[in-house]
Write a protein that binds this ligand. Structure first.
Ligand code: PLP
Length: 208
């Protein structure tokens, strides 16, 4: 996945010409603007940033899928929105494996995760594909390895318990650590800087 956040639609066009077909964006509003210029492009664009539930209807409309699903409330909103649109929305559960305050996602031992998995069959317009995580930032890619291993183990545990659900995707690995992520079983690396260069401005989270 080419992570095109902060880069203009023209950069996405260039990447398409180079053969990229899957993109990641972190803000609804930002991609809404770019998507107007990309209406004819045959690409999949997935949301990888935190989503506020008041923007879930728009997200369900403009994204090919949401890889940052992190609460029951959001699942409910996305399901309702997808239903109104008459579509099935692919989702990944974002898992928070570190204790960093700044990180979002469902904690692996949390009741919220169990309850969300229990209720997923009710959300008929969402289709679970697997898990996603962002480990703490570090210069050293080896520091990310234990988190990637942990995500894979969690996936194996969940897949054994929730046999009716699909956990085949492991979205993990970014510019600095994708090689390690692939070694640990990543099925989707999310690469921004290594493809597009340094971001022109910091990628801020969504405004409320
Ligand atoms: C920005 C971002 C990436 C890409 O990071 P790079 O280090 O630029 O490759 C990957 N995943 C998520 C969730 C991001 O927000």
């Amino acid at each position: 996945m080419a992570v095109s956040k902060t880069h203009p639609a023209s950069a996405i066009r260039e990447a398409i010409e180079a053969g990229v077909a899957l993109f990641g964006e972190n803000r609804v509003q930002e991609f809404q603007q770019k998507s107007a210029e990309l209406a004819d492009a045959k690409i999949a664009v997935r949301l990888i940033g935190q989503l506020q539930s008041n923007k879930s209807a728009k997200a369900a409309e403009i994204f090919s899928g949401v890889d940052s699903l992190d609460s029951i409330r959001l699942a409910q909103r996305l399901d309702e929105a997808a239903k109104r649109l008459g579509r099935t929305l692919p989702v990944l559960l974002e898992i928070k494996l570190s204790r960093e305050e700044s990180k979002t996602g469902l904690e692996p031992e949390s009741l919220e995760l169990v309850r969300l998995l229990e209720r997923l069959p009710e959300f008929a317009n969402l289709r679970l594909g697997g898990l996603m995580t962002v480990p703490p930032w570090s210069e050293d890619p080896e520091c990310a390895r234990p988190y990637f291993v942990q995500l894979r183990h969690l996936r194996d545990q969940l897949a054994a318990r929730w046999t009716g659900l699909d956990f085949s995707e492991l979205s993990m690995g970014m510019s600095g650590d994708f090689a390690v992520a692939i070694e640990e079983g990543s099925t989707c690396i999310r690469v921004g800087t290594a493809l597009f260069g340094k971001r022109p401005y910091p990628a801020k989270p969504e405004e409320p």
